[in-house]
Design a protein around this ligand. Structure first.
Ligand SMILES: Nc1ncnc2c1ncn2[C@@H]1O[C@H](COP(=O)(O)OP(=O)(O)OP(=O)(O)O)[C@@H](O)[C@H]1O
Length: 248
C-alpha cells in the first residue's frame, strides 16, 4: 500500500502480544467511507481487542492503524476521539438522571479551549443539532424524559446519539443489539444503515440474523487472524467459516 489511501480506516500488519500470546496477529483490514463492516468470529478470536487497538485502549506491539491517513498507534485515547473515532461499549454510559436532551447536550462538542467551554450556551444551533439527532435515534418524543426511564433499547440508541452528535467519521459498536427485543433489533438495523451514510461503521456482532440485515462487508476473525472477508453470502458459504464458527 502507498502511504496515502482513500480508505477511512487502513489497518496493516497489526499485531498485539500479551505475554507472547498473539491476540491479534498480522491483521490487515480496510474500511471505506459509507461502509458498514461487521467483524464476527468465535469467543476469544480477538474482535474486542481490534476495537481496543483502534481506540487506543490497548497499544499495538507492531503494525499500523491509519485513520483518514493519520497514524493512530502513537496517539492517546483522547486524541483518537478528537481525530473523529467514536466507540460505543456494550454497557451504555448515559447519565440516567439527566433527560434525553441533556444527555445529548453534554455530548455536543464545545470547542477545545476553556474559554470555548465557558462561552457555551444552548444556542439555536445546538438545539437544531439535538433535534436532528433525537429524530435519527427515534427519541424525538422523549427529549424531556429522564434517561433512566428509557427502555434498554432506547438507552442504547441514546448512547449512539451521544456519539453521533460529535460527528465521528468512524463509529465502532460492540454487540449493539444484545438484550434488545425483536422490534428494537429491526429499528437498530435501520438506524445503523442510515448512520453509515457519510461515515464508516465497524460493528462486532454474534447475532447472524442481525449481521445479515446490516453488513456491507464481513470479516471473520479466528485466533487473531482473518479467516474470511467479503459479503455476507460469500462468508456464510465459506467452508472454513462454517467449520470454525457458523457450524457451532
Ligand atoms: N489485556 C489482555 N491481557 C491478556 N490477554 C488478553 C487481554 N485482552 C484480551 N486478551 C486475550 O486475547 C484473546 C482475544 O480476546 P477478545 O476479547 O479480543 O476476543 P473476542 O473475539 O472479542 O471474544 P468475545 O466474542 O468472547 O468477546 C483472548 O484469549 C483474551 O483472553
Amino acid at each position: 500500500m502507498s502511504a496515502n489511501s482513500d480508505f477511512t480506516l487502513a489497518i496493516e500488519d497489526l499485531t498485539v502480544s500479551f505475554d507472547g500470546f498473539k491476540a491479534v496477529d498480522s491483521l490487515n483490514l480496510y474500511i471505506d467511507k459509507n461502509e458498514l463492516h461487521v467483524v464476527i468470529g468465535p469467543n476469544g478470536a480477538g474482535k474486542t481487542t481490534v476495537l481496543d487497538l483502534i481506540c487506543g485502549k490497548t497499544k499495538a506491539t507492531s503494525g499500523s492503524i491509519k485513520f483518514l491517513n493519520k497514524e493512530l498507534t502513537d496517539l492517546s485515547e483522547h486524541d483518537i476521539v478528537r481525530a473523529g473515532v467514536g466507540r460505543k461499549f456494550q454497557t451504555p454510559s448515559i447519565y440516567e438522571n439527566l433527560t434525553v436532551m441533556e444527555n445529548l447536550e453534554v455530548s455536543y462538542p464545545k470547542g477545545r479551549s476553556v474559554l470555548g467551554a465557558l462561552m457555551f450556551k444552548r444556542s439555536e444551533q445546538v438545539m437544531a443539532k439535538i433535534n436532528e439527532i433525537a429524530k435519527e435515534i427515534m427519541l424525538e418524543d422523549e427529549l424531556d424524559t429522564e434517561a433512566g426511564l428509557l427502555s434498554h433499547g432506547q438507552k442504547q440508541w441514546l448512547e449512539i446519539g451521544m456519539l453521533l452528535i460529535q460527528n465521528p467519521q468512524l463509529l465502532m459498536l460492540d454487540e449493539p443489539v444484545a438484550g434488545m427485543s425483536v422490534k428494537e433489533r429491526e429499528q437498530t438495523a435501520e438506524l445503523l444503515n442510515k448512520i453509515s451514510s457519510g461515515r464508516s461503521v465497524l460493528v462486532i456482532e454474534h447475532d447472524m440474523e442481525f449481521v445479515e440485515q446490516i453488513a456491507h462487508k464481513v470479516t471473520v476473525l479466528h485466533q487473531g487472524k482473518i479467516l474470511a472477508m467479503g459479503d455476507m453470502a460469500s462468508v456464510q458459504s465459506d467452508p472454513k467459516v462454517v467449520e470454525v464458527y457458523l457450524g457451532h
